[in-house]
Design a protein around this ligand. Structure first.
Ligand code: URA
Length: 205
């Protein structure tokens, strides 16, 4: 419901967007979550990395990719000589969705309605940063950017062009790499992530 999204200035800057997003009530996820986890990084970043939603750690720290998936992402980037601080990092959904099991909070995938409710924030972040390229980490990010019907595993690993000329790259989510049970599968998943992110070293085309 649009009336529950805080009103924004016409040309918002990132700090005021971040401020406004603190009070977002556009979907029910705000209530059990600790805080809104807004994107962070340089406003002039050439590349925007888009994740799914904050995890348990991010919900507590308030910073995107500050938990185990973020550490894996950092390692993959470092292996390629890339520094996360040069990217703008954000998520399709800005509140942690979870289920309580005793003391544990188990991650639940966001639904399409959560992605929809959160879309105005992502749209404003993209407008503010105007990246040359957007990297979607995982299926939820790909859906948030490109709509339903994206086949992540078929379409990952190559540049595509959006209507406005921005380039997009789809790859797997670092948390999916961590979820692989056996060592060989995890290594293969990690190698796929690194191979896809290697495209960021060359020209964006
Ligand atoms: N997974 C995400 O998609 N985003 C985060 O910020 C952390 C984990």
């Amino acid at each position: 419901r649009p009336d529950e999204v805080p009103r924004l200035q016409d040309t918002p800057d990132l700090p005021s967007l971040r401020d406004a997003a603190r009070g977002c009530r556009a979907c029910p996820l705000w209530e059990p979550a600790t805080q809104t986890v807004f994107g962070e990084g340089p406003v002039d970043a050439r590349v925007l990395l888009l994740g799914e939603q904050p995890g348990d750690t991010e919900d507590l720290t308030g910073r995107p990719f500050s938990g185990p998936a973020g550490r894996l992402l950092d390692r993959a980037l470092a292996e390629l000589g890339l520094d996360r601080n040069t990217f703008y990092l954000t998520n399709a959904v800005k509140h942690f969705r979870f289920e309580r099991r005793g003391k544990r909070r188990l991650h639940r995938n966001p639904e399409a309605m959560h992605v929809e409710a959160c879309r105005p924030w992502l749209a404003r972040e993209i407008e503010a940063v105007r990246p040359e390229a957007i990297v979607c980490l995982g299926a939820t990010a790909a859906m948030a950017l490109l709509g339903r019907g994206v086949r992540l595993m078929e379409e990952r690993g190559r540049w595509r062009e959006l209507h406005d000329g921005t380039r997009a790259l789809l790859t797997v989510h670092p948390a999916w790499v961590l979820r692989q049970q056996d060592g060989a599968a995890r290594e293969a998943a990690y190698a796929a992530l690194v191979a896809d992110l290697a495209l960021l070293r060359g020209p964006v085309d």
